[in-house]
Design a protein around this ligand. Structure first.
Ligand code: ADP
Length: 414
């Protein structure tokens, strides 16, 4: 028996990881949107205030030019701004007070032509916001240019970006830890329910098996005392079938526990021959022709009892859903690295719209027909579960009224 920790690992840890991952991804998406919006708003504000600054200084310089025909830099309180002016037609002041040339001639030309011009010039590391404006004054028409380095803003924006990134990352790590904790907490009730179901299945298994064993023992006793008693034999047969069903049903309900021993090797060809042989009396009784064709040897890793159960379910259905005179052909063969077992019947077939559903638990085809045939709608669900456990596939092809072919694909031993 597998431990509860094993079940926890298989079922709950992935669910917990998925919940946490969802939580973190949603939060990451929200943070990215908010962070981008914040960055853009701050950037806009900073650049706007630089623009306002260059315009303001240019306005004051223009005033000086229009009233006095010259510009006195010391009266402008320029701060971080550099002011240049150029008499249209002649150079007046191409050099600032530090002897540095700060003229963006393209901007000046644009302003001389259009009245004003605002642009960013310079390359990374020395970007400037440049505003040029044309003015008239006693000294003649001139272009005044005010520029200011954008580096402080760019530096502030880079810091903001780093801050947002680091903050976001820390936030996500915190959220992941919190999410992990909360997911664990919210999964706890599910786990309790699961444990309860687990205990119930174990108890039910015990409670159902014991009376069945007693019934069988009694029927066997009667059968030995009165060898001609057909009813006792039928009770034994039906009890065996019921025991098989109980076992398989509980195995499915307990899905997590009874994993097949894939280290063992099963000869599917031999298994198929055996299963078909055990159905010959039933087939003969129903007037069905049951044939089998198998490969020499067809080994797959798995559990012989579970694989036999799959064949029994498919054969049982083939017999049950075929009318007298029908044929059932079973084949086991290799196809590359896959072992294929097909159970073909010429029975009633399955309507196309039901093909998808027949593997569901408790799903049964035509209600009236099946009630008569006594099935519980569990066979194929169990068979599929068992095949899946062997990393195989159970598929069906069917034509209503013509017959069905069920195919079991299993990976072969290497
Ligand atoms: P049950 O046979 O107990 O009803 P199953 O899960 O074995 O339950 O099958 C589900 C349904 O699939 C059946 O009720 C029947 O309608 C259909 N079915 C299964 N096998 C065959 C078959 N060989 N031929 C026709 N119909 C089938």
């Amino acid at each position: 028996m597998h431990s509860a920790a094993g079940i926890e690992d298989r079922l709950f840890t992935p669910a917990r990881i998925r919940l946490t991952a969802w939580y973190v991804s949603v939060l990451a998406a929200v943070l990215i949107v908010l962070g981008t919006a914040l960055y853009l708003v701050v950037r806009n504000q900073l650049l706007n205030s630089v623009d306002n600054g260059v315009r303001l200084v240019a306005e004051r310089a223009s005033e000086q030019w229009t009233t006095s025909g010259s510009i006195n830099i010391s009266h402008l309180s320029t701060g971080p701004y550099t002011v240049n002016w150029l008499l249209i037609g002649g150079v007046i002041n191409p050099v600032d007070e530090n002897g540095k040339v700060h003229l963006d001639s393209a901007s000046m030309l644009a302003a001389a032509e259009n009245g004003s011009d605002l642009r960013t010039s310079g390359s990374n590391g020395d970007r400037q916001r440049v505003y040029s404006v044309r003015v008239n004054g006693p000294g003649g028409p001139a272009v005044i240019q005010v520029s200011r380095s954008l580096e402080p803003e760019h530096e502030a924006l880079s810091k903001l970006l780093v801050g947002l990134f680091v903050g976001g990352l820390l936030g996500l790590i915190g959220a992941a830890l919190g999410g992990w904790f909360l997911a664990g907490k919210s999964l706890r009730p599910v786990k309790v329910a699961f444990d309860r179901q687990h205990a119930f299945v174990a108890d039910a298994s015990h409670e159902l098996r014991t009376p069945l064993a007693v019934i069988r023992a009694n029927a066997e006793f009667i059968s030995t005392e009165q060898p001609e008693n057909a009813e006792a034999k039928e009770i034994m047969g039906e009890t065996d079938r019921l025991s098989g069903l109980v076992d398989a049903l509980l195995a499915v309900a307990r899905g997590d526990e009874a994993t097949p021993a894939l280290a063992l090797v099963v000869d599917v060809a031999e298994l198929t021959e055996g299963a078909v042989a055990s159905f010959q009396p039933l087939a003969a009784e129903k007037g069905l022709e049951l044939t089998v064709a198998t490969a020499e040897q067809l080994e797959v890793p798995g559990d012989a009892d579970q694989l036999r159960q799959v064949l029994v379910i498919l054969l049982d259905n083939a017999v049950r859903y075929s009318a007298e005179g029908g044929r059932i052909h079973v084949q086991a063969r290799a196809n590359g690295s896959t072992a294929l077992v097909t159970v073909h019947d010429t029975g009633i077939g399955i309507p196309a719209d039901q093909l998808e559903r027949i593997f569901e638990r408790f799903y049964r085809g035509d209600e009236a027909r099946n009630r008569q045939s006594g099935g519980a709608g569990l066979g194929l669900a169990i068979a599929q579960e068992l095949v899946n456990r062997h990393h195989g596939k159970l598929t069906v092809e069917s034509t209503e009224g013509a017959g069905s072919t069920f195919t079991v694909q299993l990976p072969r031993s290497t």
